[in-house]
Design a protein around this ligand. Structure first.
Ligand SMILES: [Zn+2]
Length: 403
């Protein structure tokens, strides 16, 4: 592989002491050297001038549903249904009518997220008694096809419940056996009405295979917080600290301070991370308060043009802006924190090795025309260039390399 120099790149302020504009030398898929702009020897290397564009570590999508998207189809009008149970029913009805296979829809979404600078993602895939492991099989194939574009982690997700869908626990077990990376869960109280039953089942599968969990939790208020503390206790008991996440956790935004405090303490102690997408008109986890309590918070898009939501585009810088907007983040350091949820924090949750913008790290990078991280987060400009393991995969918002 020819070494590449990303010349005259702007680094995040204070990133490397004494270096503002830099030449980033890349070889064998890694960042070999970061030095003052103009100092890199160019013999034998491909030199790409960034003309002062800001370079960030590649974006990490912490929560997406590649199997659900309707991208590639004519726009499908949203069907009504407010509760989680109603949405599940609406999605199943629509799913039975779709002739456009998961592989093709997922591929459209992957092309889109890569063009926005995502270098790794965690997708949930529906597992139920109707689709069984079909969606998983499709995504396992897709993961292989796009391995040069981005890394994919798959959560076996019981979208229709566990205890109310006899047989699903066995399907989750089979899914992990066939290549899914984590076990999912869904509203143990709100959907299954059996917190102990669902958590016994999903932690049982996770412990059997030695994998982590990522649980959707929409349940609000003290009920949701008690589930979060129960998940934390089970995480510690199973020795799964740092391998468990809870997605949404609206409950953390809908309880009094004392309830929030004791729940945050339990999450931090158990190393249970919280994913937010900066949701619409529902309470959301208070990002700064959780971080201050030692809880890892990370970002994801969740639904992108599917039966759950017509919104979304898979741009994780824009997602950081949505989260920052909902949290009232205005100061530079707060905007940088918003972007951290979609970079370093999400990378930590996904367990990405060699992630970052320092010498020796994987050359998974994105360049944007912005003067600072704060400006990038607030205005989410188009991506100038996206690099995966040292190869350019997208330029100016378009894929430059076929899967
Ligand atoms: Zn989700």
């Amino acid at each position: 592989m020819t070494p590449t120099i990303l010349a005259d790149a702007r680094l995040p302020a204070g990133h490397i002491s004494g270096i503002g504009r830099a030449d980033i030398e890349i070889s064998d898929g890694r960042i070999a050297r970061i030095a003052d702009a103009g100092s890199a020897a160019t013999d034998g290397a491909e030199r790409i001038s960034l003309d002062g564009a800001l370079v960030l570590p590649g974006l990490v999508e912490g929560h997406i549903h590649l199997d659900k998207t309707l991208l590639g189809l004519p726009f499908v009008p949203h069907r009504s249904g407010d509760s989680v149970a109603e949405r599940i029913a609406a999605e199943k009805a629509l799913r039975r009518e779709l002739a456009y296979p998961v592989e093709q829809r997922a591929m459209r979404l992957i092309e889109q997220v890569v063009s926005h600078g995502t270098v790794a993602l965690r997708t949930h895939v529906d597992i139920d008694n109707e689709v069984k492991l079909d969606g998983l099989h499709a995504l396992l194939k897709v993961r292989e096809e796009v391995r040069d574009l981005l890394d994919i982690q798959i959560v076996a997700f019981p979208q229709s419940g566990v205890m109310i869908e006899p047989g699903v626990t066995d399907l989750l077990d089979a899914a992990i056996g066939e290549g899914a990376d984590l076990v999912g869960g869904l509203d143990p109280a709100g959907i299954d009405n059996d917190v102990k039953g669902q958590l016994d089942a999903i932690f049982g599968v996770a412990e059997k295979h030695g994998v982590g969990l990522d649980i959707h939790l929409h349940d609000f208020g003290p009920l949701g917080c008690s589930e979060l503390r129960e998940i934390s206790a089970r995480t510690e008991a199973a020795g799964l600290q740092g391998k468990v996440a809870v997605s949404h956790a609206f409950a953390l935004g809908s309880v009094d301070d004392a309830e929030l405090g004791k729940t945050a303490e339990a999450l931090a102690k158990a190393g249970v991370a919280i994913m937010t997408n900066g949701p619409g008109p529902v309470p959301m986890p208070p990002v700064k308060r959780l971080r201050a309590a030692g809880v890892t918070v990370f970002a994801g898009s969740d639904n992108i043009r599917d039966a759950w939501s017509p919104y979304g585009n898979g741009d994780m810088v824009e997602r950081a802006a949505v989260i920052g907007y909902r949290q009232g983040f205005l100061a530079d350091e707060d905007l940088a924190l918003a972007l951290d949820l979609a970079t370093h924090a999400a990378a930590w949750v996904l367990g990405l090795e060699g992630y970052g913008l320092t010498e020796g790290c994987a050359a998974d990078l994105v360049a944007v025309r912005a003067e600072s991280v704060a400006e990038a987060a607030a205005s989410h400009p188009a991506r100038m260039l996206v690099m995966k393991r040292g190869e350019i995969v997208a330029r100016e918002g378009k894929l430059s390399r076929a899967p």
